[in-house]
Design a protein around this ligand. Structure first.
Ligand code: WTA
Length: 664
């Protein structure tokens, strides 16, 4: 647990407090801490009553539920299980009925700056047509469909269309390699893949369809009957007759109306793969009812979304943030949102600010990595500083995906928030479906670097290794003590792993283990996340399993053994550092550089460019205990470039430390 101690001094030292601006609080959905506490109290006093009330008030049910929570098979909790609904109906039809038909749902900005606006009526029609198209291919409720698409209107349409017909989607981030894609297609048992010919990012065309072809050619994808292709660029692609078809041709003669498939609340809306502490990614399965409730409610509570807001979440639909805060939450609220195809640095690092100016964005939600890289960019080139743009439309900022360091927080506050906009530092995970701990912008006094307090109904706590509560001021393991509606339901195809990973017996089998360490401030009881306590890294807000990267490295014929650890990085939060033992002699000098480059490219091919180690060090061996266990703790110290002060008496081969100290 020594890793948990690292940031405690910082946490104690941070004493700046920013109360919510009075003007903001006056109009907020949850205004003032009394309102927050009242909701928390309601949840504590009648947990099921609280959630039942919210689910009735916020979702439109085809058949109302009677049962709120079924706990008969812990930890396989079931929420609102006898209710019937449809997620797409709740996001689209509901808006046609309540006067939002002509309201802009999506403001899509392409990489080259071209803007397309889609109203709720148009989006409804597109989704229905595509849903009918999918039906015409024989796709039915319960089938799984993989979506491997760029940020686009069509990406959102594809997700919503699957939801409409009760097909479970599994979106794979467009930066993943053919091998990663194939593994997900096989594991989820997809009957179809929806993709684009190419994606456009930073002025470059990058392949998608050819990667799908490559993935399918790797084998075991026999279940895939069709590949549906959105024509984004018109670039050259291979076409397999009988299997491949164009999206525009598929929808051409389809009716703009499609009766939604009513599914029970527990029906899997989606499966999204994420990294865990073994080599194999986990297919996190989410429900329809509980998930959608929280995606919508957190839009209201955390983002205080109002009818005239222009909401912008910069995440990709390939990650959970893009699911909850692009594809579902904003639409369920009838909001107007920006969908951006490109990258923050193209054509220059002022892109975000110029888009905020152009579209008059009012709520902006991004990752600390992006903020840190834009700080650097605007230091280097004052022309791309946010205050050079008219970003006065902003009223609220958000942060997600990784801890935000107080310096980055202050810069965001001053230069983007103009010392006026609250910042919601939202802590959550793929598994939690939506925000867990976050300030409420009209209630919670902010402290830089702290995600402050759990949302009402989220019973977060900090415990020791035996599951006992720890007092405030003492770092420990973050848990959630009660199930909540948007929680992960299972790991697709592996219920045992689900139990072991999240509800381990050592903790009594009923505490949800987030996999993060945390500490609560002695005075305010605010939470600060101190980082992962398992073998998962957070690089640029992307979760990477060290074992996944290690398995990729050892799959290379040159490599005998590899150990991967994280090291702190100014921009990406954590960076991947790999210690590698080759089958041949330990390379040095130019030879080492050459092989390191080769291995980095290899990892990009095996997993995707986001998994490339920033640094590779070669050794004759790795530091191991006498029983042969790799001492990762020492590797982490070496990666940081710090002196080893820990006890190394259990180390089999202490001399190896000297060799691994040197970066190549
Ligand atoms: C980390 C992303 C500190 C954490 C939504 C968690 C954070 C993992 C924060 C989940 C935050 C996310 N402060 N750490 N505000 N938000 N994390 O599944 O380690 O991609 O367990 O979900 O990111 O990453 P995931």
């Amino acid at each position: 647990m020594s890793d948990l101690q690292n940031t405690q001094d910082d946490v104690k030292a941070e004493n700046r407090i920013f109360p919510p601006p009075a003007e903001f609080a006056a109009k907020a959905a949850i205004s003032g801490m009394d309102a927050y506490h009242a909701l928390c109290k309601e949840a504590e006093q009648d947990y099921e009553g609280f959630w039942g009330r919210l689910a009735k008030e916020n979702l439109t049910w085809h058949k109302p539920f009677e049962s709120v929570l079924n706990e008969s098979n812990v930890p396989f909790y079931r929420w609102f299980e006898d209710g019937l609904l449809n997620a797409s109906y709740n996001c689209l039809d509901v808006n046609l009925q309540n006067g939002n038909a002509e309201k802009v749902a999506l403001i899509f900005e392409a990489d080259d700056g071209t803007v397309t606006k889609v109203t709720y009526r148009e989006l409804h029609a597109k989704v229905c047509q595509f849903a009918n198209g999918l039906k015409s291919l024989g796709i039915v409720k319960g089938d799984r469909v993989v979506i491997y698409m760029p940020m686009s209107v069509e990406g959102v349409v594809a997700m919503q269309a699957c939801a409409r017909i009760g097909a479970t989607h599994s979106v794979v981030f467009g930066g993943f390699s053919a091998k990663s894609l194939q593994e997900r297609i096989v594991d989820v048992g997809a009957v179809a893949v929806i993709t684009a010919d190419e994606q456009v990012r930073g002025g470059k065309h990058l392949p998608l369809k050819s990667i799908v072809d490559e993935a399918i050619a790797m084998g075991d994808c026999e279940k895939v009957r069709n590949v549906v292709i959105y024509r984004r660029t018109g670039g050259q692609i291979g076409f397999t007759a009988g299997r491949d078809l164009w999206m525009h041709e598929l929808v051409a003669n389809q009716a703009a109306d499609c009766e939604p498939e009513w599914v029970d609340a527990e029906h899997p809306l989606f499966i999204l793969y994420t990294s865990g502490s073994t080599g194999k990614p986990k297919g996190v399965q989410h429900s329809t009812g509980g998930y959608l409730l929280w995606a919508k409610l957190t839009m209201k509570w955390t983002f205080d979304i109002k009818p005239d807001d222009v909401f912008w979440c910069t995440a990709d639909i390939g990650w959970v943030t893009g699911h909850s805060y692009i594809a579902y939450g904003p639409l369920a609220m009838g909001a107007t949102e920006i969908v951006f195809e490109g990258v923050p640095t193209y054509p220059n690092a002022g892109r975000f600010w110029s888009m905020i100016e152009k579209h008059k964005a009012t709520i902006f939600y991004t990752a600390p990595t992006a903020i840190r890289s834009l700080i650097k960019a605007s230091d280097a080139d004052p022309a791309v500083h946010p205050l050079k743009y008219d970003i006065s439309s902003l009223r609220l900022l958000g942060s997600v995906g990784e801890p935000i360091n107080p310096e980055a927080w202050m810069w965001y506050h001053r230069n983007v928030g103009q010392e006026r906009c609250p910042i919601v530092d939202t802590f959550w995970q793929t598994e939690t479906g939506g925000h867990m701990m976050t300030p409420l912008p009209g209630a919670t006094p902010l402290v830089p670097g702290s995600c402050t307090l759990p949302l009402p109904g989220i019973m977060a706590a900090i415990v020791d290794e035996t599951g006992n509560d720890l007092p405030n001021g003492q770092g420990g393991i973050l848990v959630v003590k009660r199930p909540w509606p948007s929680m992960i339901r299972t790991i697709w195809g592996d219920p045992e792993r689900f139990k072991k990973s999240y509800f381990p017996e050592e903790f009594g089998g009923k505490l949800y283990l987030a996999g993060d360490g945390a500490i609560r401030n002695k005075d305010t009881a605010y939470f600060t996340i101190t980082g992962r306590i398992d073998d998962v890294l957070n690089v640029s807000g992307h979760r990477m399993g060290t074992m996944e990267i290690e398995s990729a490295l050892v799959a290379n014929p040159l490599v005998a053994e590899a150990a991967v650890v994280g090291k702190p990085d100014d921009t990406t939060g954590e960076a991947i550092c790999a210690f590698v033992v080759l089958k041949g002699a330990r390379p040095t000098g130019d030879e080492a550089k050459k092989i390191a480059t080769e291995l980095r490219n290899w990892v990009a091919k095996e997993i995707g460019p986001i998994a490339k180690p920033k640094e590779i060090r070669f050794g004759d061996n790795l530091p191991k205990t006498r029983s042969g266990k790799i001492m990762r703790r020492l590797l982490r110290v070496l990666a940081k470039g710090e002196a080893i002060t820990q006890d190394v008496s259990t180390l089999e081969n202490p001399a190896i430390l000297e060799q691994l100290k040197q970066a190549q």
